[in-house]
Design a protein around this ligand. Structure first.
Ligand code: GLA
Length: 382
């Protein structure tokens, strides 16, 4: 009798250790639950709930969602006389049903915003006064529509350039380059029309010291004027080889001094030539030239699958990046991946169209990649 008890304990103790309280986490929420929110950008396919596998991945792993496209101006307000809240409403409803932190993305942005925002019917440009009214009324209509339904909005997206000055865009040009006025008005109206919603600024290349400092100046300008801003989003469209980790760390530390939430909002890791070395913006690589047969092998090398060696590099890079976030978890409110599986990623089409990229944690069949497992392991390393 006693012998069998001893035998039982000997056999079971190791497995109790493995699968008991100390067992490894199986989902992102389990792994990072105590550290920060974990978000996923969703498209209408995921929101429809028709893909049961995607739905269960989302429910198991994430507690925040971002709308990949459905709350952008070109979807909500596609024509001067047309408003289209259907896709956005479905997104918001879906988020609430699944208990997610629901982000609105994005109000003032130069991309995916129809040209009629900036012109009269006859195509002549609006005056600066008219633009103030366009900005005000768009924010009023949209933010009131979602008041109490979304938890936060990216109020302004990507208005600062790599040198820290305002970029030349349809919005800034319409205000004679005075980005400060756009940002001031946007955050002022957003806070007036939706006082209970958190308001964020969101941008890419925030790790570049000059750009980061320009954004910090802009946020301090708002704070000095008593205009509410609640958070800053570091997009994080990164690569296997960039940015350097010390830049990422310095970026998080600098933003944390502002006394607002710091978030990583659009994380993906590019494994393909050119873009894995940096984020290429603009349309230069859209030229059909780069799709000629002679470039294909070099620019789109993994059409038939990700080689195990690159799969491993991706896992290591994700582990490194998530390690930084985990170590700085007291400064980070949320980390959102820009999509769930490789098949849905914008990285297949940008900056060069028609490539086969592998930037996310689940593969095209919605199976977890090596990178998923490496991300799960990160908290246990610290
Ligand atoms: C930016 C935007 C996102 C998305 C990505 C690329 O980062 O903020 O909404 O459009 O570009 O798809």
């Amino acid at each position: 009798m006693r012998k069998s008890v001893i035998l039982f304990v000997c056999l079971c103790a190791p497995s109790m250790l493995l699968f008991g309280q100390n067992s490894s986490p199986r989902t992102l929420k389990e792994a990072y639950g105590g550290a920060f929110k974990v978000g996923c950008a969703v498209n209408s396919g995921i929101v429809s709930g028709r893909n049961a596998k995607a739905l269960s991945i989302l429910q198991d792993n994430f507690n925040a969602i971002s709308p990949e496209n459905d709350l952008k101006p070109e979807v909500i307000h596609p024509a001067r006389d047309r408003w289209n809240f259907g896709p956005g409403d479905r997104y918001v409803q879906f988020g609430k049903e699944h208990g997610m932190f629901v982000l609105g993305h994005t109000l003032i942005w130069h991309n995916q915003t129809p040209s009629f925002f900036f012109t009269h019917d006859d195509g002549t440009p609006n005056s600066r006064d008219e633009m103030r009214e366009v900005l005000r009324s768009y924010i009023e209509t949209v933010i009131k529509h979602y008041d109490g339904k979304v938890d936060a909005w990216d109020v302004v997206n990507e208005i600062v350039g790599d040198d820290g000055n305002y970029r030349s865009t349809v919005w800034t040009n319409a205000f004679d380059g005075d980005g400060d006025e756009i940002v001031r008005l946007a955050f002022k109206y957003a806070s007036e029309y939706s006082p209970g919603t958190e308001l964020y600024y969101n941008d890419f290349n925030m790790w570049r010291p000059a750009k980061r400092d320009g954004v910090i100046r802009m946020i301090r300008m708002l704070q000095k004027e008593g205009i509410r801003i609640d958070g800053v989003g570091i997009q994080a469209h990164w690569g296997l080889n960039y940015p350097k980790n010390e830049y990422i760390e310095a970026c998080i530390d600098s933003f944390a001094t502002l006394g607002i939430k710091v978030m990583v909002t659009e994380l993906d890791v590019d494994v393909l030539p050119i873009s894995r070395e940096g984020q290429v913006i603009g349309r230069s690589l859209n030229d059909p030239l780069y799709q000629l047969e002679e470039f294909e092998e070099y620019l789109d090398p993994y059409k038939n699958g990700l080689p195990p060696e690159v799969d491993r590099q991706l896992a290591e890079r994700y582990s490194e990046i998530m390690g930084i976030f985990y170590r700085k978890r007291d400064k980070i409110d949320r980390v959102t991946f820009w999509g769930m599986d490789d098949g849905m990623s914008w990285k297949n089409g940008s900056p060069i169209p028609n490539r086969t990229n592998y930037p996310l944690l689940w593969n095209r069949g919605l199976d977890p990649k090596t990178a998923f497992k490496s991300v799960l392991d990160v908290p246990s390393l610290y």
